[in-house]
Design a binder for this molecule. Structure first.
Ligand code: ADP
Length: 313
């Protein structure tokens, strides 16, 4: 038996003849936190709704722990906890009342409900909020209640759609820590349009753009894409670009907006030492030389741009 908790197989969803999600396949392992990343309108929510059995795919299938969502929806859905983008909270209820109802809806048996509510509250840091009306809680605490209802039946898979949108920085930090903790025991799929969030929370990342997967890999692979063969160099008496291009290994050189120089080099020929020597010899006044990392945002633009370029070709 494999330890795949979610399998999305060639998922496609049409809206009025237009493909909102196009032939998307991926899988999630037990204990993994998968980041599902993409700009607004990319198809994240549509994919989440298909994974949770709230929207039928136009083509393709979903399996949760090997159970087909279309053939056995009841069994498959029982293994999932879902927090949609619009939190399904009854704000006129207290935290305890709401979580008790959520436990019943998730078919937790009567004698286990109290324990399930206590457990979910404890994990989500809600113990001191039991008797409070949900409408009087801060945005961050309401989000914790939303996550608590998603884990109340100890599902194998927890699916969270944009869980940190609208929260302040401290609430965001707390919710991210909670997601990592939940990921230890359950598989988590987290949709977001925030790249650093994925870097902080996820083991694995998928990037979707215009309904298609443009990247699917480990977070370390995404990070590695950032460390290109580039150096950022500061000279007090900067040489002409042509002078730098004469140095062995340097393939490109340019002046940046803040008067530094950016140099690209061939993989096997790191020119650091040669640049330092040339600077000393020619009196260029080198005061800084460091690797130049591409921001994750740039990597994202490159990946989505590559896809658009391939489509146009
Ligand atoms: P995301 O969650 O990444 O922001 P969505 O999955 O919500 O993206 O939307 C993907 C695309 O499908 C968008 O172009 C959106 O306008 C379209 N779409 C989403 N829901 C519907 C719907 N119910 N009817 C028609 N088009 C929809």
């Amino acid at each position: 038996m494999n330890n795949l908790t979610v399998e999305a197989i060639e998922l496609t969803r049409l809206y009025g003849g237009r493909e909102a999600v196009s032939n998307v396949s991926f899988s999630v392992k037990q204990g993994e936190v998968l980041g599902f990343l993409g700009p607004n309108g990319a198809g994240k929510s549509t994919t989440m709704k298909m994974l949770t059995g709230n929207l039928a795919p136009s083509a393709g299938s979903v399996k949760i722990c090997g159970i087909d969502m279309i053939e056995n929806p009841k069994e498959a859905k029982a293994l999932i906890g879902y927090l949609p983008e619009m939190r399904p909270l009854y704000k006129e209820l207290t935290v305890d009342e709401y979580l008790t109802i959520a436990a019943r809806l998730h078919r937790v048996s009567g004698k286990h409900i109290k324990k399930a509510v206590e457990n979910a509250k404890e994990r989500c840091g809600l113990m001191h909020m039991s008797k409070r009306l949900i409408e009087n809680l801060s945005n961050g605490y309401q989000q914790r209640v939303g996550i608590a209802q998603a884990i109340i039946h100890s599902p194998m898979v927890v699916i969270l759609d944009e869980p940190t949108v609208g929260l302040d920085p401290i609430q965001i930090r707390d919710i991210r820590a909670l997601i990592r903790e939940i990921g230890g025991a359950h598989s988590v799929i987290l949709s977001t349009h925030i790249l650093p969030e994925v870097e902080m929370v996820c083991d694995h990342v998928q990037i979707i753009d215009k309904g298609k997967l443009v990247f699917n890999g480990g977070i370390d692979v995404l990070k590695r894409q950032r460390v290109g063969n580039k150096l950022l160099i500061g000279f007090s008496k900067a040489p002409a670009v042509e002078e730098l291009l004469k140095i062995n290994g340097v393939t490109e050189a340019e002046v940046t907006d803040n008067n530094m120089m950016r140099v690209r080099f061939a993989e096997a020929e790191a020119p650091h030492e040669a640049i330092v020597q040339a600077s000393v010899k020619n009196g260029w006044g080198l005061y800084q030389i460091a690797p130049d990392q591409t921001s994750l945002e740039d990597v994202f633009v490159q990946l989505t741009y590559q896809d658009a370029a391939a489509e146009a070709a």
